[in-house]
Design a protein around this ligand. Structure first.
Ligand SMILES: Nc1ncnc2c1ncn2[C@@H]1O[C@H](COP(=O)(O)OP(=O)(O)OP(=O)(O)O)[C@@H](O)[C@H]1O
Ligand SMILES: [Mg+2]
Length: 631
């Protein structure tokens, strides 16, 4: 469908959602859909819940976040269950400022943005619909129109509790425009939009000298004072601060702790009583989530200041640590690359994984248990099977530190290093080694890193490199064996012919010349040595195999390379050992002969077709593995 058509559809969809009526109509609507009167916190909680919750290994996973936030399931569960859920039930936490605390680039802003975009969409659904007094700059809740002394009756009839009092502006409009007839006051459905400043606000501190509290709570409109005669006429006031505009939804308070104190004090009454003071008016009720974010250092210095005590108790701190799972870190990079302008660059298999290993190692704390090293811990955290350990070891490890994930390398740094590796290389194809090199160079240029830490990080780079070497070797070996089964069978048949001749003290016939030859002792030993069969034990081993063959034959079965577990292991090992030489020679030949060239082309083709390489990265891989095997 073309874009113009879609635009038209969208417009007519928006038009269909519109609703306008009197307060009396609104009450009728409330009978059908009582949930539209829910508080801002409750709406946010329901938005998250409505998107779906899964349970994976006893861990709640919220779909609302899970398509964009990776590896933060525990932190998000805490956020939802310890803040949004009780806040939705009108418990006191909802009056507190929600402060996300975590290391740089750990996803704090992303969480807030998701909530904002989510609310914009949710307010356009039936479950998330919001209604307000028409024409009110603060989108005031229509139920505020119900006089205090009738609220108990209203509760009995509708089962809805009303909090907050009618704002000075709407009190005046009620008298002037509607002659006090509450039932006639016009109500409309509103749709959250950050761009249009409806229900979503953002406040970020600027120069404390020039920043005005008006940015938060609005200001006198001097041009209208003449008309209304007084500064305390609410019509002469512009209720256009971020707190006003975010009413019914949420306000993001960026860099809250960098903010001048006078702004923070302003929030005190809001967080305490659910209302704030603007101009010369009575307190204005507000129903909104205030969400701020900060890093740990700033937070520590904030709470160590006695002056901040009162505010401190009105803040709920939720940690947003770094992800600690390699596979999830890989997804973060994939996502960030997809969203960047290097999205079309070829990234060789394992590249992001190896970068992620390095990153996670910088974030993990050294295990206290002596039997687990950092690499094993990294694997266990990622849900891998590590021999000899199980989930109770994992839980024990997690309990060792309460504040893990608050430091280390951030994802943005890694993406920057990947970008600079791409720019440097001039071909749109990078591999794990390019990235590790770039990470290493980045450490040298990093201004805020101590020598000790640099040493530690360099060590992690070499650990990641070793992991990569193993991955690379395995990948190439796999690509070299065209048909593993077939090769194994051929080698096995060959071995059995020789064993038979050896045990029967007979000779073999050379398939080409027809000449009689002795059993190939060298071949047999080269296989047997793979599983540690000594010279003295070889005879017994060979005889045992012959017996097995005849036992099977009596049952009408054929002996194949799977019939004998130890022999099978020996054959497998021998194949890879042989391969090692082929791989070694083929990959490192300076001027490959025709045969080698053919093999190389075959392997490259297989790496491209079956393993996700392109021709640059496949050739680079072969060369690298060749150099590894020749060390
Ligand atoms: N756990 C994660 N899952 C998905 N993406 C993540 C995660 N952590 C970080 N990111 C990505 O890293 C980038 C930086 O994240 P964001 O800006 O949200 O961090 P922040 O905590 O606000 O950082 P700062 O302290 O610098 O403001 C974003 O592109 C974000 O999507
Ligand atoms: Mg941020």
């Amino acid at each position: 469908m073309d874009i113009l058509k879609k635009i038209e559809q969208y417009r007519s969809h928006e038009a269909r959602l519109k609703w306008e009526g009197t307060f009396a109509d609104y009450l009728k609507l409330l009978k059908e859909k009582p949930w539209v009167a829910q508080s801002a916190h409750s709406r946010i909680y329901n938005m998250i819940r409505d998107a779906g919750v899964e349970e994976v290994n006893g861990q709640k996973v919220y779909r609302f976040f899970s398509h964009e936030m990776f590896g933060l399931e525990e932190a998000l569960e805490k956020l939802v269950e310890e803040y949004f859920h009780p806040a939705a039930k009108r418990l006191d936490v909802r009056k507190r400022i929600l402060l996300l605390m975590g290391p740089v680039s750990g996803g704090k802003s992303t969480i807030v943005t998701m909530l904002k975009r989510g609310l914009e969409a949710y307010s356009r659904t039936d479950g998330g619909a919001v209604y307000a007094i028409k024409g009110c700059p603060m989108h005031e809740d229509p139920l505020h129109l119900i006089p205090q002394h009738l609220r108990e009756d209203f509760y009995k009839e509708y089962g809805i509790r009303v909090e907050g009092s009618l704002s000075p502006l709407n009190s005046m409009r009620l008298e002037e425009d509607y002659g006090g007839r509450i039932e006639d006051v016009l109500v409309e459905r509103i749709f959250f939009s950050e761009d249009k400043r409806v229900g979503i606000g953002t406040f970020s501190p600027s120069d404390p000298k020039s920043q005005d509290i008006a940015d938060l709570t609005g200001s006198i409109d001097f041009s209208t004072i003449a008309e209304y005669g007084s500064e305390s006429d609410p019509r002469a006031y512009r209720f256009d601060g971020e707190l006003n505009k975010a009413n019914r939804g949420l306000m993001e308070f960026q860099e809250m702790l960098k903010c001048d104190e006078k702004f923070l004090w302003h929030l005190l009454s809001l967080t305490q009583e659910g209302n704030f003071k603007a101009g010369r008016f009575a307190l204005i009720s507000a129903d909104e989530l205030i969400i701020a974010h900060t890093n740990e250092t700033e937070y520590r210095s904030f709470i160590s200041n006695k002056k901040n005590e009162a505010l401190h108790s009105r803040i709920i701190v939720m940690p947003v640590p770094y992800n600690l799972k390699v596979s999830q870190e890989e997804r973060i990079y994939e996502k960030m690359i997809r969203e960047s302008d290097v999205a079309d660059v070829h990234i060789a298999p394992h590249t992001l994984r190896v970068a992620a290993m390095f990153t996670i190692l910088t974030r993990l704390k050294e295990p206290k248990r002596g039997d687990i090293d950092l690499l094993k811990k990294m694997r266990l955290y990622d849900g891998e099977n590590v021999e000899g350990y199980n989930s109770s070891d994992l839980n024990e490890l997690k309990k060792e530190y309460q504040d893990e994930g608050m430091s280390g390398i951030d994802p943005r740094y890694v993406i920057n290093r990947i970008s600079s590796a791409i720019i440097r290389k001039n071909i749109p194809s990078i591999n794990a080694l390019d990235v590790l090199r770039s990470l290493k160079e980045g450490l040298d240029q990093h201004p805020s890193i101590t020598n000790e830490l640099r040493e530690k990080y360099l060590n992690f780079i070499s650990l990641a490199r070793k992991e990569y070497d193993e991955l690379a070797k395995k990948e190439v070996q796999k690509a070299f064996v065209y048909s593993y089964e077939e090769s194994a069978k051929t080698l096995m048949d060959n071995y059995l012919d020789n064993v038979e001749a050896f045990c029967n003290k007979s000779k073999l016939r050379d398939p080409l010349t027809g000449e009689e030859i002795n059993p190939d002792e060298k071949l047999m030993r080269s296989i047997e040595e793979q599983i540690g069969i000594s010279e003295n034990a070889k005879k017994a081993f060979r005889e045992e195999i012959l017996i097995r063959i005849s036992a099977l034959a009596r049952k009408g079965k054929r002996f194949d390379y799977r019939s004998h577990a130890r022999l099978r292991e020996a054959i497998q090992k021998k194949l890879f050992a042989d391969l090692k030489d082929v791989v070694k020679i083929t990959t490192s030949a300076k001027t490959p002969d025709e045969q080698q060239l053919k093999k190389i082309n075959e392997v490259v083709a297989r790496l491209i077709d079956e393993h996700g390489y392109n021709s640059t990265s496949a050739n680079e891989l072969l060369r690298y593995v060749g150099s590894l095997l020749n060390r």
